[in-house]
Design a protein around this ligand. Structure first.
Ligand code: C2E
Ligand code: CA
Ligand code: CA
Length: 267
């Protein structure tokens, strides 16, 4: 067996045990409004502290989990964690905050029977108000894979009160008309569109037009991967509603996230 293959197998094996061994934890990256630069919400991002390899990036293990089917377990874990975090923030006075979480393409394919989707239905019955502040992030590849499933299930989630965001927008070549048939609330512009807006007129034009289009369709627009002060200013000028990225906040543990929210409120 090649070394790479061996490493992959051991990663797979360790991944399956990671939940039981409590190796996953969550960080939340704040999302800031361009109107008042306050934290309006955040996105939960899964983290894996591997006993030997240290922190393993989700970029490495989400793919593996999608291939071996373990993504359902991870999906259930992160959904639960996100709702619990939202409940806890709410009980600590953060009543306006929204939280979003990622659903990967293969994870979405099992949506009809998956544990994470059932959990959302249960939570919606227990606490329907909270659902309005919960957001599911899907990507274009999820939509392209099975348009009618996406259409149908997203409508069901909307009925539960959830918001729907299209993540990594601008990275694939799906048809706009296909996407716009979905019951979306938010377009999240991928960082590849943001990273050169200081130097590239075309990128600025793109962002401006996408923001106009989103607003005309009644959607909000989020700029991702904002890394510099000029990018913050440009995103605001180009009419993005929210921004997020290292120039504002890195992903934080839940307590630091709450501190960032409270720091805003008290200023
Ligand atoms: P994403 O959903 O697009 O999340 C944004 C990623 O960009 C995060 O990386 C975040 O830490 C990073 N980021 C935020 N601001 C900046 C910035 O200013 N500059 C740069 N260069 N990067 C920035 P992370 O946490 O490593 O996650 C990578 C991807 O893994 C996510 O991309 C998402 O697709 C996936 N992922 C993360 N958590 C989960 C999860 O709980 N479930 C699923 N299914 N996928 C997840
Ligand atoms: Ca995301
Ligand atoms: Ca993204």
């Amino acid at each position: 067996m090649s070394q790479q293959l061996h490493q992959l197998h051991s990663l797979e094996r360790d991944l399956v045990r990671a939940i039981a061994k409590n190796e996953f934890f969550v960080q939340i990256q704040p999302q800031v409004s361009t109107e008042d630069f306050r934290v309006a919400g955040g996105e939960t991002l899964i983290r894996w502290r591997h006993p030997e390899h240290g922190l393993v990036s989700p970029m490495q293990f989400i793919d593996v989990a999608e291939r071996n089917g373990f993504i359902d377990e991870i999906g259930l874990w992160i959904t639960n964690k996100t709702v619990q975090t939202l409940e806890s923030l709410d009980s600590q006075g953060a009543h306006q905050l929204r939280l979003s979480f990622n659903v990967s393409p293969r994870q979405f394919l099992g949506v009809r029977t998956a544990g994470w989707a059932m959990l959302l239905r249960d939570y919606a019955q227990d606490n329907p108000e909270l659902m309005h502040r919960l957001e599911i992030e899907i990507t274009e590849s999820t939509v392209i894979h099975d348009q009618s499933l996406a259409q149908h299930m997203l409508a069901e989630f909307k009925d539960l009160g959830l918001r729907i965001a299209l993540d990594d927008f601008g990275t694939s070549y799906s048809s706009l008309s296909q996407i716009m048939e979905l019951p979306l609330d938010v377009l999240k512009l991928d960082q590849s569109l943001i990273q050169d807006i200081e130097y590239n007129l075309r990128s600025r034009i793109m962002v401006k037009h996408l923001a106009n289009m989103a607003h005309d369709l009644g959607l909000e627009i989020v700029a991702e991967g904002v890394e510099t002060a000029p990018q913050i200013e440009l995103c605001r000028e180009l009419d993005c509603d929210f921004i997020r990225g290292h120039a504002l906040h890195r992903p934080l543990d839940p307590a630091s996230f709450l501190a960032a929210v409270n720091a805003d409120i008290h200023h």
